[in-house]
Write a protein that binds this ligand. Structure first.
Ligand SMILES: Cc1cc2nc3c(=O)[nH]c(=O)nc-3n(C[C@H](O)[C@H](O)[C@H](O)COP(=O)(O)OP(=O)(O)OC[C@H]3O[C@@H](n4cnc5c(N)ncnc54)[C@H](O)[C@@H]3O)c2cc1C
Length: 327
């Protein structure tokens, strides 16, 4: 049990996304290095389906806290349960995805336990018997390695898609350890009155294709880019300049003060490639830049560059893709 690597499995009202199990792959690699096991920990009102999936993605054990109070995500309650489990079992490391839920639970749990937290890790390795977490700093210009010398577990949030998804094997099984950790409404300072779904359903973090616009596309340009993104089954991103201009809500912003994304294809239209924008998308698998300035810095980071006015280039691309995709 000591030296085990734990992965927090997030869910929304029991709904399972395969990406929730993403960290079990790197967790297994680290556990092999420690000579231990990768385990999942889940919190919810019913956790059996989540546990089954966690085994299929490589967990050898699942530690769970169940209860009515955990129906629906509640940061405070989930963090208390996560703190309880981590304090009781003291795994070597506890990994959370760097999503809003993962960051919420990990930060509050680390504070409850008085431990450190390395956020937005993009590299995880074992160094001198300790977990070494690497994260970007100063807008992505430097990387910093963090080792927590004292606290066990070392807690990290990990940038989504920074590591490969483990292969699913539905035949795998394991042990579920359900802990009784009761929490009453009176123990909580907050109450969820209602969930209001954001009007803009943006899932930039999970998207495989992102079409993103900057100051160069103007407000009307975003309508064209939205059509392009929809046709490709992708999401719509934006630079801060476009967000600050009020052309598109903040939820779409990519970059240092926006979201960090790693799609298979990132199409940057009318975006110059400022360091703060690159910090959020430079690790995309393939970057296509469309810019009318041949000297725009974005081209230095692009896999493919198209020098031209997006108003001419994008409609042509849409036509080509329509034909190719039979749309
Ligand atoms: C602390 C801090 C945090 C920041 N965080 C972020 C962040 O999270 N995300 C972010 O994006 N920025 C961030 N910024 C801002 C960043 O520095 C840049 O100002 C911003 O990224 C520029 O946005 P842009 O590329 O859309 O605009 P610009 O730099 O103005 O570039 C517009 C580009 O469009 C091109 N263009 C113009 N017309 C056309 C056309 N018709 N067709 C094709 N190309 C055209 C131009 O050649 C130019 O390259 C941050 C800044 C600071 C100081």
């Amino acid at each position: 049990m000591a030296n085990d690597v734990w992965v927090y499995i997030e869910h929304k009202d029991g709904g399972i996304s395969p990406m929730s199990f993403e960290l079990l792959g790197i967790g297994k690699q680290l556990a092999d290095g420690f000579g231990s096991n990768v385990c999942a920990f889940v919190i919810g009102d019913k956790v059996d389906d989540l546990a089954k999936e966690a085994f299929a993605y490589g967990a050898s054990k699942v530690f769970a806290v169940e209860g009515d109070v955990f129906k629906g995500f509640r940061g405070e309650a989930y963090a208390k349960a996560a703190s309880f489990l981590m304090e009781k079992y003291k795994p070597e490391a506890a990994l959370f995805r760097g999503t809003s839920q993962g960051v919420d639970v990990s930060a509050a749990a680390a504070a409850n336990l008085g431990f450190g937290l390395c956020t937005d890790s993009i590299g995880l390795a074992i160094d001198g018997g300790k977990l070494k977490m690497t994260r970007a700093a100063f807008g992505g210009n430097y990387s910093v390695s963090v080792v927590n010398e004292k606290a066990i577990p070392q807690i990290a949030t990990v940038r989504p898609k920074a590591f490969a998804m483990p292969v699913k094997d539905a035949s795998q099984n394991g042990e579920v350890i359900k802990e009784s950790f009761s929490l009453a409404e009176a123990d909580l300072n907050t109450k969820v009155l209602e969930f209001i779904q954001s009007e803009v359903a943006v899932n930039l973090i999970e998207a495989d294709i992102i079409v993103s616009g900057g100051r160069g596309v103007g407000e009307d340009g975003f309508k064209v880019l939205n059509d392009f993104a929809k046709m490709l089954g992708g999401a719509l991103g934006a630079s801060r300049a476009a967000v600050d201009s009020g052309w598109i809500p903040y939820e779409h912003q990519v970059g240092q003060t926006g979201k960090t994304v790693k799609p298979k294809i990132y199409i940057a239209c009318g975006i110059s490639g400022a360091i703060q924008h690159l910090a959020g998308m430079r690790t995309s698998d393939c970057i296509v830049a469309i810019n009318k300035d041949p000297d725009a810095p974005i081209f230095k980071n692009a896999s493919f560059g198209i020098v031209g006015d997006f108003k001419e280039v994008v409609p042509k691309l849409i036509e080509k893709f329509k034909t190719k995709l039979n749309k």
